[in-house]
Design a binder for this molecule. Structure first.
Ligand code: TPP
Ligand code: DXP
Ligand code: MG
Length: 643
């Protein structure tokens, strides 16, 4: 049997294949994806769905002169395979390995880097305008999913591109899924387009017409309009995208390479913006993923035979603890509502959704709207809890300031995936939220050290009457999970830290930690104390307001200070401590700040990357010893064998 995949070393080899050879290649690529992703993990279902579409694009276009922009970018694995990166798949999403997203530094074919949703049409438009201004050549294709199309930015770009008649092609990859079921009026609208038989007939007639016309531009538009009228089917009334000034082509079978190429040829004949509505199946070709596209959207290593996970059962995630606790609180208070921006299972809000479907809102990929809608709910007397990943909350910065904080409204923002997120890499790290939220008046912001504190903090945030934020990391909890009954939940005193190991007069070292760094700091402090280096430890709990009393006490009484935060150093927890010291005229003898410097953090395992930035117990110990000029003792003091 011919192995086409091994023979392809770039898109020029692909172009030599025809007809059924391309279908065979698609099948080989699917096997390759399954073989590799089952070992490394990755975004399986979306990639299985875009194999034929990507082959057709690269067969028809000349990348990188022609430009393909992948929205979110989690579905671009076949693009990577066809553009010379096949051999890198053994290290997909791993440290120093192949990125799971398009990345400009990785390949000239990755025109625009991504990871966050709904940016591709804007980027395509910018490229088209640059092409025009600089007399460049090349077609420009953006590939956006039906989920990503729920993001407001996509519509800002459609609005602009349609208005100016930009010569771009937007492929709407409609698989009827976001990560979970897609939501919203647009999604229902796409359903109606998909099943409209008249549209297919009109498309056939238009195709016939286009084949007769060399370039479907302004000069012939009257003819086309006449044909449309004659067909008694108005695109203008029928298709939303036409209202935006786009020519609509479709629906197109996204698993039929020849049909796709035929439509690309058509699109080329049309001047101005074209939207190609391509229908694909998420998880295509692998029954476990076809049947459970949500579960197979992003996966860890799994057994190919049945799709079962290779991971041994681990502790519950922070998201699950959050979801369960919220559900319990909501059972007692019918004002509590849950809001997600297209991440119900990721945030644990699916647990709440099941119990209280009437108070649960999935707004689609619309973080800005999620926050402002929450403020409206709050104003109306509800107690909204809006759960967003830290990295995606970046989208809603102004809404937090303008709609929540200035008006001091009573909402809770639960920031999930705060800190290092691991294999998604730079675009998804949650490393900026302390810094961008700390300067905002009226906000209260806390970070739990473990599952127990997460529950207490959620209860505190919901009961606090004003905008309250809690941030917690991705992945499994540390320590034990004892689900607390509501009667045992207690409001924490706002802005109160806790001395885990008391600060005394002339303390040698005080570690000031917050959130996920507290538990490794406890371990480091225990080792230091055991070895005669008297160490105190403060769990700050609140970054805003900071407990001035306890932190000033620590600064005044300690010969050495260590701050630890899973965040960038600039503007974060350590900055808050230094500001407090400066404002109170305290001269800190020696200080070491552990956190992320002025750089983006690459992909890699979560623990692996935390270790790299000294955010683990050993890293904290090492920094403490180096403050005492005893760095060389770390191996000797560290109780575990070198790993
Ligand atoms: C701003 C933002 N919010 C949320 C996400 C998380 N996210 C990644 S992919 C995805 C679903 C995208 O659905 P779609 O575009 O239809 O692609 P599919 O996975 O179906 O191929 C979501 C919600 C994100 N990447 N960016
Ligand atoms: C593509 C994307 O943005 C999401 O699929 C993301 O990878 C989810 O990350 P988690 O695995 O942390 O939920
Ligand atoms: Mg989709």
């Amino acid at each position: 049997m011919t192995n086409y995949l091994d023979k392809i070393n770039g898109t020029s080899d692909l172009k030599k294949l025809k007809g059924s050879q391309l279908n065979e290649l698609a099948s080989e690529i699917r096997d390759f994806l399954l073989e590799n992703i089952s070992q490394t993990g990755g975004h399986l279902a979306s990639n299985l769905g875009t194999v034929e579409l990507t082959i057709a694009l690269h067969h028809y276009l000349n990348s990188p002169t022609d430009k393909i922009i992948w929205d979110v970018g989690h579905q671009a694995y076949t693009h990577k395979i066809l553009t010379g990166r096949k051999n890198c798949f053994t290290k997909l999403r791993q440290k120093n390995g192949l990125s799971g997203y398009p990345k400009c530094t990785e390949s000239p074919h990755d025109i625009i880097g991504a990871g966050h949703s709904s940016t591709s049409i804007s980027a395509a438009l910018g490229l088209a305008l640059a092409r025009e201004n600089l007399n460049q050549i090349g077609d420009i294709y953006s590939v956006i999913g039906d989920g990503a199309l729920t993001g407001g930015m996509a519509f800002e770009a459609l609005n602009h591109a349609g208005h100016i008649g930009a010569d771009i092609n937007v492929i709407l990859n409609d698989n009827e899924m976001s990560i979970s079921d897609n939501v919203g009026a647009i999604s229902s609208y796409l359903n109606s387009l998909r099943s409209d038989p008249t549209l297919k007939k009109v498309q056939a007639d238009i195709e016939f017409l286009l084949n007769k016309i060399p370039k479907f531009g302004k000069t012939v538009s009257n003819t086309v309009d006449r044909v449309k009228a004659a067909l008694k089917y108005s695109f203008i009334q029928g298709v939303l995208f036409e209202e935006f000034g786009f020519k609509y082509l479709g629906p197109i079978d996204g698993h039929n390479i020849n049909e796709l190429i035929k439509y690309f040829q058509q699109a080329e004949k049309i001047e101005g913006p074209v939207l190609l509505h391509v229908l694909t199946k998420k998880g295509k070709g692998y029954p476990p993923a076809e049947n459970n596209p949500d579960q197979f959207h992003g996966v860890g290593p799994f057994n190919l035979k049945d799709g079962s996970s290779k991971k041994t059962k681990s502790k519950p995630s922070y998201s699950k603890v959050f979801g369960e606790c919220l559900t319990k609180i909501a059972a007692q208070d019918k004002r509590v509502a849950g809001i997600t921006a297209a991440m119900p299972s990721g945030t644990g809000l699916n647990i709440f959704a099941k119990a209280f479907p009437d108070r649960y809102y999935d707004v689609g990929i619309a973080e800005q709207h999620a926050i402002t809608m929450s403020t409206g709910l709050a104003r109306g007397g509800m107690k909204p809890v809006c759960a967003l990943y830290s990295t995606f909350l970046q989208r809603a910065y102004d809404q937090v300031i303008h709609d929540a904080a200035i008006q001091n409204l009573d909402l809770t923002i639960a920031i999930d995936r705060a800190g290092i997120v691991g294999n998604d890499g730079e675009t998804h790290q949650g490393l900026f939220d302390y810094s961008f939220l700390r300067p905002i008046p009226n906000l209260v912001m806390m970070a739990p050290k473990n599952a127990e504190q997460l529950q207490q903090m959620l209860y505190t945030a919901i009961n606090y009457s004003g905008p309250a934020i809690l941030r917690y990391p991705r992945g499994s909890i540390r320590g034990q999970y004892l689900p607390l009954p509501v009667e045992e939940l207690q409001e924490l005193e706002i802005g109160k830290a806790k001395e885990v190991l008391a600060v005394k007069k002339e303390t040698l070292i005080t570690i000031l930690a917050i959130g996920s760094t507290v538990e490794p700091a406890v371990k480091a402090a225990e080792i230091l104390n055991k070895n005669g280096y008297q160490t105190a430890l403060v769990d700050a709990r609140f970054i805003k307001p900071l407990d001035q009393e306890i932190i000033l006490k620590a600064l005044n009484n300690s010969q050495n200070i260590i701050t630890v935060e899973e965040q960038v150093l600039a503007g974060g927890f350590s900055s808050a401590v230094l500001e407090l010291a400066a404002d109170n005229g305290i001269k800190i003898n020696k200080i070491k700040r552990i956190g992320i410097g002025d750089q983006f953090v690459n992909q890699g395992g979560m623990e692996e990357m935390k270790k790299e930035y000294d955010l683990d117990a050993r890293g904290i110990l090492k920094n403490a010893l180096s403050l005492l000029d005893k760095a060389e003792e770390v191996d000797e003091l560290w109780p575990e064998k070198k790993d």
